[in-house]
Design a protein around this ligand. Structure first.
Ligand SMILES: *Cc1c(COP(=O)(O)O)cnc(C)c1O
Length: 461
């Protein structure tokens, strides 16, 4: 009943649309001009009771959806950290959809299950974890951190997954940077710790957690009869790409018997580069790590990865049966995370990593980091704009002297050619450029710089 007439032909027709889109990915505006109202007018219709030919839907997709989609893959997309999906990643995702596995257990995807184990192993190895480590691929950094903190909760309060945390004698406190991603608040809320128990620790001039302030906060909480439980380090804040001193944080965690989680959703990808590995120094000491293949590994959305130094903690928090953890028992992902029916995020990640090899990916991440420092250095030489921080990874925030109005005007001025985002860094409105894009050329960076110069000069006239 649900067979379409000419499936093979439709596949060809659809692939032609994708080919066309991918060929011209860097041509034209990055964000379509359409307003929400335009979109509703174009697309809203009553629920169809009768079907129609898939060929028509493909035409409609090509005419209405494709031109009104944001070109995340464009070389001039320098906005949030949605990286341009790599071509091998796209092939891998198409391959994945084609066989649509649901590897919650082995039989629901034998190859997909084993590939996931392997990919998790590769990731663990990159971060310096041992064979004791494990993990699972999830939708992204938000669910990755939620999953990790769930494991931490059970490790810290054995039985709490079963009994809840309502009866603890000392309420638990968590610590993260003032610049931490909103997903940390969400995870802390969902897991029942309460957002009020998440301390947003002061940062230093580089927007990294100030270690003295952290210890002060911890001691203060202990004095109040609370129980410091977890530090969540930022390895690449989404705004300025700041990486906390993970090694120092691991010492604090050890001193107070706390769990250390590293939110490397974005900056974890820096592990691929030599410079990045120095910045992430000490990450192998973390109890758990979030890293998004759909960010700096250039895999199409969605793909997040949670790694736990000792995989038993993940199992203990998410097991569905009563069996105790057994390191020799085969892994069924149903027992290692939140989802049951789930897509394989491993197949596309495997496809991309195999196609490029770590070496090529490393080169791209290295050149992204270099591009960000080049851009920042040039910004410092332009009168009328200010660099707000020295870039550590690939994000650079800068502001025009007159602030908000000029920043916004600039973004409007360049929107036909470049897509950057407005941001707010420590109460200061700014423009944020993120160079996590393998397509962006140095000529385009120079073009952007020249736009900034002429924008400033225009004002002076
Ligand atoms: C993107 C990001 C997240 C959230 O990850 P998603 O994949 O968007 O769910 C968390 N933390 C940081 C630092 C991020 O950059």
């Amino acid at each position: 009943m649900l067979k379409v007439e000419r499936f093979d032909e439709y596949l060809d027709q659809l692939f032609d649309v994708i080919k066309e889109y991918q060929r011209d990915i860097s041509v034209g505006r990055v964000v379509p001009k359409a307003s929400r109202h335009d979109m509703e007018k174009l697309l809203f219709e009553d629920v169809p009771m009768q079907g129609s030919d898939a060929a028509h839907i493909i035409d409609e997709f090509r005419e209405k959806v494709v031109p009104n989609s944001t070109k995340v893959g464009s070389s001039r997309f320098l906005s949030w950290i949605i990286t341009s999906p790599s071509q091998a990643g796209i092939l891998g995702e198409i391959a994945n959809i084609g066989i649509s596995q649901a590897p919650f257990n082995f039989k629901a995807g034998p190859a997909a299950t084993v590939i996931e184990e392997m990919v998790i192993g590769w990731m663990g190895q990159l971060f310096g974890y041992s064979k004791k480590s494990g993990g699972i691929l999830v939708s992204g950094g938000s669910v990755s951190t939620l999953t990790a903190l769930g494991a931490a909760r059970e490790a810290f309060l054995p039985g709490s997954t079963q009994n809840g945390i309502q009866n603890v004698s000392k309420p638990l406190t968590l610590y993260t940077s003032k610049k931490a991603h909103s997903s940390i608040d969400k995870a802390v809320g969902v897991l029942g710790f309460g957002k009020n128990m998440l301390r947003k620790v002061n940062v230093d001039e580089f927007f990294k957690i100030d270690i003295n302030s952290l210890e002060k906060d911890i001691k203060n909480d202990i004095k109040q009869g609370l129980k410091p439980f977890c530090i969540i380090a930022q390895a690449g804040t989404s705004l300025s790409g700041a990486v906390d001193d993970i090694d120092a944080l691991s010492n604090v965690a050890k001193k107070y018997g706390m769990w250390l989680h590293v939110d490397g959703a974005y900056g974890g990808g820096a592990i691929l580069s030599k410079r990045g590995r120095e910045i992430l120094n000490g990450i192998e000491k973390a109890d758990s790590i979030s890293v998004d293949p759909h960010k700096w590994f250039f895999v199409p959305t969605e793909a997040g990865c949670v790694l736990v130094k000792d995989k038993r903690h993940l199992y203990n928090a998410y097991r569905t049966g009563i069996a105790e953890f057994d390191d020799n028992a085969p892994i069924n992902y149903l027992d290692y995370g939140i989802q049951s029916t789930r897509t394989s995020r491993a197949i596309k990640t495997w496809f991309a990593i195999k196609t490029y090899g770590i070496k090529k990916l490393s080169q791209v991440v290295d050149s992204n980091i270099e591009m960000a420092s080049y851009f920042a250095k040039e910004i410092e030489n332009i009168d009328g704009v200010r660099l707000l921080h020295k870039p550590q990874t690939s994000a650079v925030c800068f502001a025009f002297d007159e602030g908000l109005i000029r920043n916004e005007a600039f973004l409007m001025e360049i929107e036909e050619e470049f897509f950057l985002s407005p941001a707010n860094l420590m109460g200061e409105h700014c423009v944020r450029a993120c160079f996590s894009n393998y397509r962006t050329s140095i000529e385009e960076v120079d073009l952007l710089l020249s736009k900034i110069k002429s924008f400033v000069e225009m004002e002076l006239k």
